[in-house]
Design a protein around this ligand. Structure first.
Ligand code: BTN
Length: 242
């Protein structure tokens, strides 16, 4: 049994983005809260991409006051692991984490994480989680790479219940983060990784690299072994298996 998480939930019917509302509430000084919306009108992903946010998905942002934000990338790993663990517990499906911020089932994306930060006089991490739950289908641009729990299991799932389990799982892993046990987090992530050991193409904003994904370093960067044998540190980018 997980300990009670101590997180307070704030529910909204519609928001532009739960990350926007989370930012507003963080600026008021709230901490350890979870913002949830039934749908988003301007849901966003990494690189400001649109995140399909109609009814049926889970859209939530965890607000955490942090002393410093140096290790904030670990929160993205933790969130993806919390989602993968939750899916496995509920459905017995094999959910894997893809570097840096996705959860996949059968090579299709079911969840994305967008972690943003505020550093005014207080530091905040805003961990936004988008999980496809009861969507029947997706638009033609993403239908070949996105999937929902409903599409896989052919039944509806309780979004609120799932959000609570994710937060309990997140909270357990967050203890390692608070105790600066980053190695433990990387270890768990590696055990659940879709990325490591695969030959991948990495598209960064300006370059493309191909090689084997061999490791994740202590700053959560992906380490690639290029075809010439050299190791290349990837800080940000999209990964495609080749
Ligand atoms: C990605 O895969 O690029 C990240 C997607 C993150 C989507 C979630 S939905 C809840 C939160 N609010 C947003 O606007 N984005 C995140």
């Amino acid at each position: 049994m997980n300990k009670p998480s101590g997180f307070k939930f704030y529910y909204f019917k519609t928001l532009t983005s739960t990350n926007d509302e989370a930012k507003r509430l963080a600026k008021k000084g709230l901490d350890k809260i979870v913002v949830i919306a039934g749908k988003q009108t301007k849901g966003r992903g990494r690189f400001n991409r649109e995140w399909a946010s109609g009814l049926g998905g889970l859209y939530m942002t965890i607000v955490l006051k942090e002393e410093n934000l140096d290790k904030v990338r670990y929160l993205t790993l933790i969130a993806s692991l919390a989602v993968a663990k939750t899916i496995e517990k509920l459905t017995k499906l094999n959910a894997l984490v893809k570097w840096p911020n996705d959860v996949l089932i059968n090579n299709k994306k079911i969840c994305g994480i967008l972690t943003e930060t505020i550093s005014d006089n207080k530091n905040y991490a805003l961990v936004g989680i988008g999980l496809n739950i009861n969507q029947k289908n997706f638009n033609r641009h993403i239908s070949n790479k996105a999937v929902s729990l409903k599409i896989i299991t052919t039944k509806n799932h309780n979004i609120k219940k799932i959000s609570k389990i994710i937060i309990d799982n997140f909270n357990s892993l967050y203890t390692y983060y608070k105790n600066k046990n980053y190695k433990k987090i990387i270890g768990i992530w590696k055990n659940c990784s879709h990325t490591l050991g695969k030959r991948v193409k990495v598209k960064t904003l300006s370059e493309v690299f191909v090689g084997e994904a061999v490791d994740v370093d202590k700053n959560c960067n992906l380490i690639l072994r290029l075809d010439n044998g050299k190791l290349k540190k990837i800080v940000e980018g999209d990964i495609f298996t080749v």
